[in-house]
Design a protein around this ligand. Sequence first.
Ligand code: NAP
Ligand code: MG
Length: 491
Amino acid sequence: MATPENKLAFDGGWGYDPAPESTDHINIKNRYGLFINGDFVKPEKGKYFDTVNPATEERTSRVADASQADVDKAVKAAREAYRTTWGRMKPAERGKYMYRIARIMQERAREFSVIESLDGGKPIRESRDVDVPLAAAHFFYYAGWADKLEYAFPGRTARPLGVAGQIIPWNFPLLMAAWKIAPALACGNTVVLKPAETTPLTALKLAEVIADAGLPPGVVNIVTGAGATGAAIVEHPDVDKIAFTGSTNVGRLIQKTIAGTNKKYTLELGGKAANIIFADAAIDQAVEGIVNGIFFNQGHVCCAGSRLLVQESVADEVIAKLKDRMETLIVGNPLDKNTDIGAINSSMQLEKIQSYLKIGKAEGGEMHQSSCRVPRKGYFCRPTIFTGVSQSSRVVQEEIFGPVLAIQTFRRYDEALVKANNTPYGLSGGIWTDKGSKIFKMTQGMRAGVVWANTFNKFDPTSPFGGYKESGVGREGGLHGLDAYVKLGAK
Ligand code: NAP
Ligand code: MG
């Protein structure tokens, strides 16, 4: 039976029947301990917290709240594993373990994607087609580098750093864990990783995979908790490197904490990407690119195309087509295969998005939302656009991290460049045009780590990723991603 939430409100009421992915095959424990030294152990203080399904507001599990003492235990286990096993192992052997992790992840892909959608709210289509395959691909890719580091750094020797502390956000929980753990292991480091408070489950599932793959105890340790657990990792004197993905504010705090220490660090922070559409672009494809860039995955993407700069002569056409397309987007159950926009990750995040909708209107912006129905329970937000906003509007300048697009127009390419760059961030951007020369001209002028041309949000483990300005420090992914986990010396 089709529920009102799942019925498309267009085309005379024709819609899709619900097509929910089954949850029969998944196994979530009622309670998870901390994964330290190869085992799940109780937290020292015995404290646990709930992790909630944002689409139903129901508890999915309880996970341990790691204190400073637990973090210390994890760092000690990681140091011991670095000293006695992983740091001394032949690189080709390290690679074998990593290939094994990648293969087990592939075998359990269905379970991983359902849990990712249950815990975080993202549509199953996204977790099944993007998050999980890409996470496995990162392990495959970096497994290949483990015994080839001398080719990655010709004429130099590459030695591991030691213990890496890694802290990740809630928008790509498994992918971010793979993104961080794989290069660290390939280079011979051991790891203490903290997932985000609202999305710990797939990292804990990854811990199970790591145990099944037979990794020596202590090579990877996963400690769950809130901000204080992250801070305990950052402050720990025996951690050699911090890899952080999250907000610019916490990134700043981390930078302050480790100033004056020998810790190496990489920070992947916020963004406010502009998608720039020229009049000569293939308009339908560009509209699809905008939708993909900001509405799919609820706009919970650091490199989301949250600003649209459209050339004045086609602005009316693009906005009309965009509004039509917004009407066809399905907001609802993340486990339904037809869902385009799932649940907002938490009630706090939904409040933040709603406060920005108020701010946008108060600043004089014209707000338009699709007329779709949203489920009564759970945290949901309709796809939203703002027109009539100026460069100084807060919805143009600040990261909202929701399905909210700010639209501005431009006449000349140099005006588009000035507007695109007029932001404290510089993580990503997009250009849509029929002319290769325009793509080259624009990409040279854009201060952003990644610029996509005639596409958006494409990822591959071979490509480096990272920001300019307040979007971060250092690069992850590809050959560049190895650099962050080694000490280079003379041969
Ligand atoms: P966040 O508050 O900065 O949290 C990120 C991680 O840091 C979480 O695990 C968090 O724990 C932890 N944390 C919080 N306070 C800490 C502290 N004082 N010391 C150490 N760790 C601490 O960010 P978020 O709101 O979860 O995530 C959204 C942000 O991440 C957005 O700004 C987005 O742009 C950015 N992001 C960037 C990238 C990128 O590659 N550049 C990718 C994804 C997301 P809790 O979960 O308990 O808060
Ligand atoms: Mg959750």
